[in-house]
Ligand binder design. Sequence first.
Ligand SMILES: *Cc1c(COP(=O)(O)O)cnc(C)c1O
Length: 377
Amino acid sequence: MLQELEKSRAWIEVNLDNLKYNIMEIKQAISKYTKIIAVVKANAYGHGLVEVSKYLNDIGIYDFAVATLEEGITLRKNGIVGNILIFGYTDISLMKYVIEYDLIQTVVDEDYAKKLMDSCYRVKVHIKINTGMNRNGISYQNISLIKEIYKNETLDVLGIYTHLCAVDSLLEEDVVFTKLQIKRYFDIIDILKKKNINVGSTHIQSSYGLLHYPEVICDYVRIGSLMYGTHNKLVENPKLKLDLKPVLTVKARITSVKTIEKGETVGYGRIFRAEKKLKIATASIGFADGYPRNLSGKNVPVIINGKKAIVIGRICMDILMIDIKDIEVKVGDIVTLIGDKVTADLVADFARSASYELLCRLGTRLHRIYKYEKITE
Ligand SMILES: *Cc1c(COP(=O)(O)O)cnc(C)c1O
């Protein structure tokens, strides 16, 4: 009942047609030998893990990546088919679940590799190589261990990958480092192949890597943000030009409209003071819904009835206030906080964050409405 659109105070709209459009756009741009691993960690970047993954299955995507064991199990329990790679650490004692739910575990570092080999679990893995990010992965220099993992009798090694840590930057120093990471990775692949080791699937690119280094070709690209259409417009001149559409929109209801006099203040801490008579509105969304509190006092735009208005005063837990200027607004109207002309990247910039964080912190109190046309394939 409360989920009915007409009555909800704030919600997320997920346009799955746009998701499909973005996937097609990416598919067209990559080599025909390369497949997409759809990255659906963190509740599919706030878009809804299960719904998004089901839809991806429906449009022919059968490779997924998640951050945690729980996310992988959730996918299986909801009937998702195909390969599911866990990027993150899973305690060895939980390996039985990785096997039971037919997931693929990443070998996250040297210590983990040894424990995994000692445990004798017959588990599917991808080996992660640390080529310079120093987050996780086995050092690119530790060839002997990498070979040992491949030769291990019980582990089923299906792939080998690395992650690039400066691909969103085109500063010369970062480009040099990225190329070094790429070289370190392919050098290992060469060495293994020369030893007649079947390396399995190779992958190195994520969204920004694909935009800036499309010439690097592997079996897979691991794509998150591009698929959701949230890549940063600050990436001004990517080599690969993609026309992507944002998938997610955050909307809330206008709950009150009033006029305040010059000199009056708005909200907690009185950080906003009207310099003239103003028309203001309240909207039923706040930081508990994931609209960051540190957007307070930053003149962040929102869209009401197709026009730009400005968030004023301190953002509250459940409510925020808006300078509606001369826009015709009445109670019950809808305000768009993320989406339309106020993209996730724009709003994230105001919050001095990234769209990644903004989206995956959207609150559980917002329900999601999925929009799509019937798939005819
Ligand atoms: C999150 C993640 C990705 C996806 O990154 P995007 O920039 O969203 O495409 C790819 N690979 C790894 C290892 C990740 O953790």
